[in-house]
Write a protein that binds this ligand. Structure first.
Ligand SMILES: Nc1ncnc2c1ncn2[C@@H]1O[C@H](COP(=O)(O)OP(=O)(O)O)[C@@H](O)[C@H]1O
Ligand SMILES: [Mg+2]
Length: 295
């Protein structure tokens, strides 16, 4: 059996952990830099080449595509799929979860609860929409953003309006979201592999910060996720078509709401916070898929 992980940087903690766990489970895991891959289509066939070498036939490939290379990275993932290689996650699932608003639309359509959110491009609507989103303060998000960057909290109508107009001017689409006051500064990160939550942590934002991302100084602690949260996380990953997902959930008056679904969730922070072996669960899942395919 031969597995591969697509990543730009083999020295990342997550990649080192995956290689370590693959070794422990007795399988080979190659690291392929997607930016070194060439895709050749010539009207008859299509091939994937690294340097001047054809890649071996992998049993499963794990794409870890950073936000900065989404478009090129997804072309590479699509090529693996075109060659009949099983990808975990698929290019389509990654693409639709990268656009945060598209993800909320899909979740909402499938009955997964999300916060009240408004996407607009109408300057005339700016006056009235904060009120329909629960009033000030409001959350403003870029369609694409990660690690807390691109998520803003605005306290006045004047700051809201000026920030939105500035971002539009720079060609950025943004959406407005109700600020979940009840649980501000706290959220759950559920790590889903296959159809199970393999680890969950409660993240608490640093003093004076509303974003609880670990990269923004948030602190993670092991929690037993309440059953309603676990169900929402599994459902959200399934709706997005993700087999490996980091689902962010917050508490609202009506119960759990899904804030975001990440397709390449890091696991350094959550392995440290929970003491659980997430890398091993991912490799075990890939092995299971590869065996199924072989049958
Ligand atoms: N509607 C909201 N109300 C209150 N806090 C929020 C809301 N949305 C996001 N946050 C906070 O901001 C953090 C980052 O938001 P998220 O949408 O997950 O973006 P990112 O992709 O940058 O992690 C969340 O983990 C949460 O702590
Ligand atoms: Mg998040």
């Amino acid at each position: 059996m031969r597995l591969a992980v697509l990543s730009r940087n083999r020295n990342l903690h997550s990649i080192r952990r995956l290689i370590q766990e693959a070794g422990r489970l007795g399988v080979r895991l190659d690291t392929i830099n997607p930016m070194e891959c060439q895709i050749i289509v010539d009207g008859r066939e299509s091939r994937l080449v690294v340097g001047n070498q054809e890649l071996p036939e992998y049993d499963a490939v794990l794409p870890r595509i950073g936000a900065s290379i989404t478009s090129y990275g997804l072309a590479v993932v699509k090529q693996f799929e075109a060659m009949g290689i099983r990808t975990v996650n698929s290019a389509e699932a990654i693409a639709q979860s990268r656009d945060k608003f598209r993800a909320l639309q899909l979740l909402n359509a499938e009955g997964v609860r999300v916060p009240k959110t408004i996407l607009t491009r109408s300057a005339r609507s700016l006056r009235s929409i904060p009120k329909s989103c629960g009033g000030m303060p409001v959350i403003l998000k870029l369609l694409k953003g990660t690690q807390g960057v691109g998520v803003m909290l605005l306290h006045t109508q004047a700051s809201f309006q000026s920030v939105v107009e500035t971002l539009w001017e720079f060609g950025e689409d943004v959406f407005l979201q109700e600020f979940l006051k009840e649980s501000a500064g706290r959220d759950y990160r559920a790590f889903v592999v296959g159809d199970k939550v393999v680890a969950a942590m409660l993240r608490t934002a640093a003093e004076g910060e509303f974003r609880s991302n670990i990269h923004r100084g948030g602190e993670g602690t092991l929690v037993k996720l309440p059953a309603s949260y676990r169900r929402a996380a599994i459902r959200a990953a399934r709706v997005m078509g993700l087999e490996v997902a980091g689902v962010d959930l917050m508490e609202s008056r009506a119960g759990p709401v899904v804030i975001e679904v990440n397709s390449s969730p890091g696991f350094e922070g959550i392995e440290r916070a929970t003491g659980l072996n997430i890398a091993g669960q991912i490799i075990a899942h890939m092995i299971k898929l590869a065996r199924k395919k072989g049958r």
